[in-house]
Design a protein around this ligand. Structure first.
Ligand SMILES: C[S@@+](CC[C@H](N)C(=O)[O-])C[C@H]1O[C@@H](n2cnc3c(N)ncnc32)[C@H](O)[C@@H]1O
Length: 239
């Protein structure tokens, strides 16, 4: 066993629309209009180091899962998509790894001086970014690749509904902030069913502790309830 150790310095800290881990999609690209931005630290000379990047539509982000609470190693993990079943860590994209480093493919919307605007990231606000690398479609795109267990697990589509009162709050929120994408972002987050496995299966019960939840988006709390496995209603938005 090698005792090599490395230390890395972030090139910047991501500002994202997700203040908390709960609600963050489980992979990049699932919530296409979730915008985030990264200001590259001046010591990395963005005026030079970003030259040429705007020619790419997508980039890979390497980052630290800085909010991981446990550092214990588990060789098998329970991905939410497997509903309680376990599988080998390296066959997953779990945040809980020997080195808590993540990899996300995001759309590069704009390069604004020293700041990169992304869409579709699956990262919490404040995530330290270690590197940005262009996605090379002519080399990295593998349309015939096997998708392993993750592709074998089929989930039914989830219908997302807004109560009249939640819709009214949402429309005022959009008007106030100019963020026309908010409804699509909320819908896409809920279509992924962000609930931990232990909270699933209580849809027909009246227990508010088990079947009423909220996730945070920017400054808003989105309150929702699953009424069946495939139907969720946004019943309130607190701003
Ligand atoms: C399954 S991981 C996949 C991340 C990346 N696409 C990858 O494959 O390495 C995505 C989850 O990581 C969690 N997460 C996002 N940012 C995090 C952070 N800064 N620290 C700890 N967990 C984070 C969220 O719960 C999110 O749903």
């Amino acid at each position: 066993m090698s005792d090599l150790q490395f230390s890395f310095k972030p090139i910047g800290i991501l500002k994202s629309c997700y203040p908390d881990k709960f609600g963050v999609p489980r992979q990049s690209g699932l919530v296409k209009k979730a915008y985030s931005e990264l200001q590259i630290s001046s010591e990395f000379q963005p005026e030079f180091s970003l030259e040429g990047l705007s020619g790419y539509s997508h980039v890979w982000l390497q980052f630290v899962f800085h909010l991981n609470s446990s550092t214990r190693f588990h060789a098998k993990v329970h991905p939410p998509r497997l509903d309680g079943e376990s599988i080998g860590l390296f066959a997953t994209r779990s945040p809980h790894r020997p080195n808590p480093i993540g990899l996300s493919l995001v759309e590069l919307v704009e390069v604004k001086k020293d700041t990169l605007i992304f869409a579709g990231a699956d990262l919490v606000d404040g995530t330290p970014i270690l590197d940005v690398k262009p996605y090379l479609p002519h080399i990295e795109s593998k349309p015939d690749a096997r998708g392993g267990w993750a592709l074998e697990v089929q989930k039914d589509e989830i219908q997302v509904e807004f109560s009249d009162s939640a819709m009214e709050i949402l429309q005022n929120w959009i008007k106030k902030t100019g963020k026309s994408e908010l409804k699509e972002v909320i819908t896409d987050v809920l279509k992924q069913d962000p609930r931990p496995v232990i909270y699933k299966g209580y849809e027909s019960q009246e227990s508010p502790y088990r079947n009423k939840h909220a996730f945070r988006l920017y400054e808003g709390d989105i309150h929702f309830q699953f009424t069946s496995k495939n139907h969720v209603i946004v019943f309130d938005i607190l701003l």
